[in-house]
Design a protein around this ligand. Structure first.
Ligand SMILES: [Fe+2]
Ligand SMILES: [Fe+2]
Length: 232
């Protein structure tokens, strides 16, 4: 009964999106995912997949990618990434109904595993791609979703939290952010995130212990597509 995490599978079984142009680590990466996942994860384990699941532009184009994930061993909990066009944030409940028994979707809710509440949201950090006003608007919306996730868990009597984000918890160069402050406020023991691809981005945010919280980067290419152990 272990908890694992991995992010950014970037599957494209239904659309033409060759990933190996991003480096050798992406060559046949879906075969690596299958191989390493089956080696490490059993049907008694849980895996949180931290977003950027599929290149499909809608649910139909993402169905094969989601089916691939659903066929992997263990319980699968999915977080939204910035590329997950199949996932309308307002329709998470419908996704949870449609995929009941196969996949679970984490957004404005929480799940439990081994005495921990698994909470999370996509998050956001400043990457210089939008105006600061737009960045703040998206970040505040994500902070509210994260707060709801924590509060739902707390209202259900949960006291131990593991927090999942798709985006790194801080923008480059920041020593803290509203996301790290929220993790500290609720006493999360770990913050797990992905989104960063390639060596040049792997140090964009925290790794290791900061103010008593352990931060872990679980981007697929960072892990060479081997799910990372979060709880033994
Ligand atoms: Fe990604
Ligand atoms: Fe991403």
């Amino acid at each position: 009964m272990s908890l694992y995490a991995i992010g950014d599978l970037h599957l494209a079984f239904s659309v033409d999106k060759p990933m190996d142009i991003f480096g050798r680590v992406w060559k046949n990466h879906e075969k690596k995912i299958w191989k390493y996942w089956n080696k490490r994860v059993t049907d008694r384990d849980t895996v949180v997949i931290t977003g950027d699941h599929s290149w499909g532009r809608n649910l139909e184009q993402s169905r094969k990618d989601l089916d691939f994930i659903a066929e992997l061993p263990g319980r699968k909990i999915l977080l939204r990434g910035n590329h997950d066009m199949f996932w309308d944030a307002k329709k998470t409940r419908q996704l949870n109904e449609q995929f009941r028994g196969r996949l679970e979707f984490l957004q404005n809710n929480f799940f439990t595993c081994q005495g921990y509440a698994l909470v999370g949201t996509k998050g956001y950090c400043y990457e210089g791609l939008d105006t600061y006003e737009h960045f703040e608007k998206i970040r505040n919306r994500e902070l509210e979703r994260l707060r709801i996730s924590f509060e739902e868990a707390r209202a259900a009597g949960e006291e131990n939290y593991i927090m999942f984000l798709h985006y790194p918890p801080t923008s480059i160069g920041e020593a803290e952010s509203p996301f790290t402050r929220m993790a500290e406020l609720y006493g999360a023991s770990q913050v797990i995130y992905s989104h960063c691809h390639g060596k040049a981005r792997f140090d964009d945010s925290f790794k290791g212990y900061v103010n008593g919280i352990e931060y872990k980067l679980v981007s697929g290419d960072y892990l060479n597509f081997k799910p990372e152990l979060i709880l033994e």
